[in-house]
Write a new protein. Sequence first.
Length: 72
Amino acid sequence: MTECNVSGNKRGCNCTYEPCPRKGICCECIAYHRRNGELPACYFNEMEERTYDRSVENFIKIYRNMKKGSAG
Ligand code: SF4
């Protein structure tokens, strides 16, 4: 069985919510946010991540704005 690479995952993690006990444990991270209708920090850019609004609605809003920006 493969061990979880927590320290490696942490190096690639953009989440700024430091007290989180799930940091680096990506399976717990995504399960937690999925339960709450959210996505993990790594779906958001640096600025948006810091708002801690990880809702699917916010993700869709950002994604749509990005698409509009690239279309025009
Ligand atoms: S994205 Fe959420 S669950 Fe994952 S490390 Fe950050 S605060 Fe914790």
